[in-house]
Design a protein around this ligand. Structure first.
Ligand code: SF4
Length: 595
């Protein structure tokens, strides 16, 4: 038996051989061998009763899975705009040069691959990168020199300086959630004392709404799920925070994991679930070991597993599922597809996951911050949330603040706090714009800095990127349009094709070749994407373009070429390679001016 077969056999024996395990097995094989070897695909196909072609299509879907070997050190630089503001491009080029590597191509000796990836959720300590899935922050010139040397010597990652892998929680401002110190098991004890209806009533009165950005009332979601008759109910924690500029879940999972699990267990007791899943984005793999140890400790304390706290009828446990680099899996139905081991293609909705989710059973999918808030409300009562915030948005919101400011990090504010106040606190000096709610969110000009963070005004999952005067705003728009193109799952035409067309036009604007006609085209394409895309990704992908076209029109008009029309496609350049191959360089090989 060779090592690939031996490893895959062990995986199947230890972690199960149901089809829903496919993605987890692929992640483990990728981590072990730096790619998914063909014999492993065949073995998984036989054991899980899935066609090899299906397995290859799953591998193809996720950015972190490969069928060709990567380098022994697989280095991925975060490509978010905030990392770029901190100089990631220079560090990327320097490391490629130092190690003699072409981007994305393993070095001939197989030692190293260097590439980029979407936001890694370390925007407050960027530039950041992942090495074999482990995060490195504050990548400056000195760190690049060390990394180049360590790679050349082939030192194991365990022998690298520990400070490279230290990710600071970077909490700058605490309020309700970050000051909470709930007693382990207290929320569940209260539920057993007073019953699930009491918990639902407290959540309802508190006005807790989902903290992912959409703001659906949490009690309503839990109640619908509970009241849907089915064989099984499930709880899912969406820890796939991939929105560029967001990193609050990283901190909650690192420092408040116990409360996250408490909230999930509370939900399970209310809706009658015996199984829960914490879907952890692949970029946060370095949090996995500690999260597993929290789960184990709670099992030992009878807070997970059979007969929780001695209750004869309450059994509940949680598995952690790793994502593999697909932003779309933050969309709840795509996340459920991914949990089932498939490509993360969003489902048709309705039916919604709350009545027809994991394995078509009623499923509560909530954000990490929502579960933390729910556990605290159950323990401390309605006023814990209600006594701050606004009428429509009670409580507080965690913000991940990054970009051009002196004090990036995690801030917790009562809903209703103004953007001006936030900018003051984080040390943003005369910014030209703020990107709220990530790439799919809103671009605020200075005239809108009096707006407030609240569901009734600026609703956000927590991303808050400060764009200083020195930044070229179009660089941000270009970064986001490339991001959405890369992250589109390709299922529907408006997003797949529209996103590509939009990206090409933004590139044309940045290159200084665009005309007024192109700007109109961008608006038309953006509107089609908004109105006819299958899911929220496509519906919001044009937001940065449309928002900045409307609010920062001067930035675009400065870039316009002085012609009425200029083609997006340079035919002469495109056929240059053919000319060289055929040796034709005569006048007839060129496009003639027929005017
Ligand atoms: Fe996929 Fe984009 Fe369509 Fe959503 S909108 S289903 S991400 S192609």
């Amino acid at each position: 038996m060779n090592k690939v077969t031996r490893f895959t056999t062990g995986l199947l024996a230890d972690s199960g051989d149901t089809p829903e395990q496919l993605l987890q097995h692929l992640c483990a094989i990728q981590q072990q061998f730096s790619y998914i070897p063909e014999p492993a695909i065949q073995q998984l196909a036989d054991s899980l009763s899935i066609y090899p072609a299906q397995i290859r299509s799953v591998i193809d879907f996720y950015s972190f899975l490969h069928t060709e070997a990567r380098g022994d050190f697989d280095i991925l630089f975060s490509n978010n705009i905030t990392d770029r503001m901190n100089g990631s491009l220079t560090q990327f080029d320097t490391l490629c040069h130092r190690l003699n590597v072409k981007p994305g191509i393993p070095r001939a000796d197989g030692r190293v691959t260097i590439d980029t990836t979407s936001c890694t959720g370390i925007c407050d300590q960027g530039p950041a990168l992942l090495i074999n899935g482990i995060a490195v922050s504050n990548v400056d010139s000195a760190r690049i020199d060390s990394i180049a040397e360590l790679v050349e010597t082939g030192a194991a990652l365990t022998d690298w300086p520990a400070e490279f892998f230290h990710i600071n929680d970077n909490i700058q401002l605490k309020n309700r959630i970050l000051n909470s110190s709930s007693m382990e098991g207290n929320a569940i004890r209260i539920l057993f004392e007073r019953g699930p209806d009491h918990i639902l009533s407290v959540l309802e009165q508190s006005g807790l709404r989902g903290r992912g950005g959409a703001g659906f009332p949490t009690a309503t979601k839990w109640r619908i799920c509970r009241d849907t008759i089915a064989n099984h109910h499930y709880v899912v924690c969406n820890a796939d925070e991939g929105e560029p500029g967001t990193f609050k879940d990283r901190v909650l999972l690192n420092r408040y994991a116990n409360t996250v699990i408490e909230g999930m267990t509370l939900c399970a007791a209310v809706i009658g679930a015996e199984k829960g899943y914490l879907y952890l984005r692949g970029e946060y793999r370095y949090l996995l070991a500690e999260l597993e140890s929290v789960l184990m400790r709670r099992r030992n304390h009878h807070l997970l597993g059979k007969n929780i706290l001695g209750q004869p009828d309450f059994h509940f446990d949680i598995d952690i599922h790793l994502g593999a680099g697909a932003y779309i899996c933050g969309e709840e139905s795509a996340l459920i597809e991914s949990l089932e081991g498939k490509r993360g293609i969003p489902r048709n909705r309705p039916p919604y996951p709350v009545t027809c989710g994991f394995h078509n059973q009623p499923t509560v999918v909530n954000n990490v911050e929502t579960f933390v808030a729910a556990a605290n409300i159950a323990e401390s009562g309605v006023d814990w949330l209600r006594s701050t915030g606004t009428g429509q948005s009670p409580g507080t919101k965690l913000l991940s603040i990054s970009g051009n400011c002196e004090r990036p990090g995690i801030y917790e504010y009562p809903f209703g706090t103004s953007v001006e106040q936030i900018l003051d606190d984080c040390g943003a000096v005369h910014p030209q714009a703020i990107q709220v709610a990530g790439a799919a969110g809103t671009t605020l000009p200075t005239s809108e800095f009096n707006r407030t963070i609240a569901y009734e005004d600026l609703s956000t999952g927590g991303s808050f990127m400060v764009i200083g005067q020195q930044q070229n705003l179009l660089e941000m728009v270009q970064n986001f349009s490339h991001f959405f193109c890369h992250e589109s799952c390709g299922f529907c035409t408006p997003c797949r094709v529209g996103g590509q067309l939009l990206k090409n036009l933004v590139d044309k604007v940045v290159a200084g070749h665009a005309t007024a006609y192109d700007l109109t085209e961008m608006q038309n394409i953006g509107r089609v994407m908004q109105q006819s895309s299958h899911c929220g990704l496509g519906a919001t992908a044009a937001n940065p373009v449309l928002d900045t076209l409307k609010k920062f029109s001067g930035v675009y008009s400065k870039q316009l070429a002085n012609t009425d029309y200029e083609p997006a496609f340079n035919l002469d350049a495109a056929v240059e390679v053919s000319r060289q191959i055929t040796g034709r360089d005569d006048i007839d090989a060129y496009i003639k001016d027929r005017s």
